[in-house]
Write a protein that binds this ligand. Structure first.
Ligand code: ZN
Length: 404
């Protein structure tokens, strides 16, 4: 790094918008101030993931953030994070979920290492549609809702799941495959021949879609989401076996500011809403349905933890700043509200990414000054102190590495 930059440890960055088909029309465009020509905007990535690194803006010009970090890892990451991870260990995203996402599960660290090595040995190109492991990292995730947010999160408790199966006439026969055994139930539906999937689900879909269309289903009812999924994923062709999962999993509604953690092996799907998502720096996803993308049922069944999940909702504590802590070493999210006219210091012991969600103001780091507005983002090198003055009430979200 040039000597001229050594006195600067905070840098504006620009992330990458992902135009996946399930994205919404306006939320991310409004946040980052970009027009997308009518394309959906699903995710905004801030980080160093090699497929979509952010751009860092320095006095010497623009550069991909992964290259910036790799060139001077000690300066960017600090000793502990450099020695422990060798790179920025998290990926920070904003999501706008207009249509439901695939049902998915992520590997643990050992499964990711082994899976990546296996597919490398098999010579499957890294960007091939049937590639499961695009890197060798695990992908624990924490999310915080920015709007009312609906999601599926782990298996319901056994008594409730038995009750649901008994109450949906088209699914009652599945009760015999469950009896408290999540693995036998899930294997049964994921390995069911497509003709049987169609035969079991067609009468269900024909019953619930008219109710969905006339607005008589509640979002608290799995029928609502199953009907929406059937309409989204091929109402006239084969039915998606992911529809079963909607009845098996906890159906949650989070309020803005509430969050949840998704560890390895926990099946989940985002249904609707906007959120922040913070994860290990990985893109490893195994899918169980509700998607036109590649599905590998056998590999997915190897990763799923077949156990009931009691959802633990993370709630923001009172005060200017609150932490959303996840049981992982790679990341923690801090959420700060700075009132109009107030000053605030963002102290980065390790590397951090700061995103301005609302409001406006000015930031300083030594002699360097930055404008802060909705959608501004900054990379803070280890040891940086960013001083902030709010012109209008600011909401700042900071992704950082815990315990540095
Ligand atoms: Zn996920």
């Amino acid at each position: 790094m040039e000597a001229a930059q050594r006195d600067q440890r905070v840098f504006p960055i620009t992330g990458v918008v992902q135009h996946y088909a399930w994205g919404g029309g306006v939320f991310i465009s409004n946040l980052v101030g970009e027009k997308h020509g009518g394309k959906p905007a699903a995710e905004y990535w801030l980080g160093v993931h090699p497929s979509n690194p952010s751009t860092v803006h320095t006095s010497l010009g623009d550069e991909p953030l992964d290259r910036f970090v790799a060139r001077e890892p000690e300066f960017a990451l600090g000793t502990m994070v450099r020695e422990r991870f060798g790179n920025l260990p998290f990926l920070f995203k904003v999501l706008d979920v207009a249509q439901m996402l695939s049902i998915q599960v992520h590997p643990d660290a050992e499964q990711a290492r082994a899976g990546f090595a296996r597919e490398e040995r098999a010579g499957i190109p890294i960007d091939a549609p049937n590639r499961n492991y695009r890197d060798a990292q695990h992908k624990p995730e924490a999310m915080v809702a920015l709007s009312e947010f609906w999601l599926l999160h782990g298996f319901r408790d056994a008594a409730l799941l038995q009750e649901v199966l008994a109450s949906v006439p088209e699914l009652t026969s599945l009760g015999a495959h469950f009896n408290g055994n999540y693995r036998s139930l899930y294997e049964y539906v994921l390995e069911m021949p497509q003709a049987e999937v169609n035969a079991m689900l067609r009468p269900l879909v024909e019953r619930i879609v008219p109710a969905y269309d006339d607005g008589s289903l509640s979002k608290y009812d799995p029928d609502f989401w199953a009907a929406r999924a059937a309409k989204t994923f091929g109402p006239d062709g084969d039915l998606d076996p992911g529809l079963f999962s909607i009845y098996f999993f906890n159906l949650l509604r989070l309020q803005p500011g509430e969050g949840i953690f998704q560890g390895a092996g926990l099946p989940h799907a985002y249904l609707e809403g906007q959120c922040l998502e913070l994860m290990a720096n990985s893109d490893n996803v195994l899918r169980a349905g509700l998607t036109p993308k590649h599905r590998d049922a056998a590999e997915l069944l190897r990763l799923v933890r077949f156990e009931e999940t009691v959802p633990k909702i993370l709630r923001r504590s009172a005060g200017t700043c609150a932490l959303y802590e996840a049981p992982v070493d790679e990341f923690v999210l801090e959420h700060c509200r700075v009132r109009e006219g107030d000053r605030h210091f963002v102290v980065s012991e390790g590397p951090s990414i700061v995103l301005v969600l609302e409001g406006s103001g000015t930031g300083w780091e030594g002699a360097h000054q930055f404008g802060l507005q909705r959608g501004s983002a900054f990379f803070c090198c280890a040891g940086a102190v960013l001083q902030v003055q709010a012109t209008s009430a600011l909401t700042l979200c900071t992704a950082t590495v815990p315990g540095v």
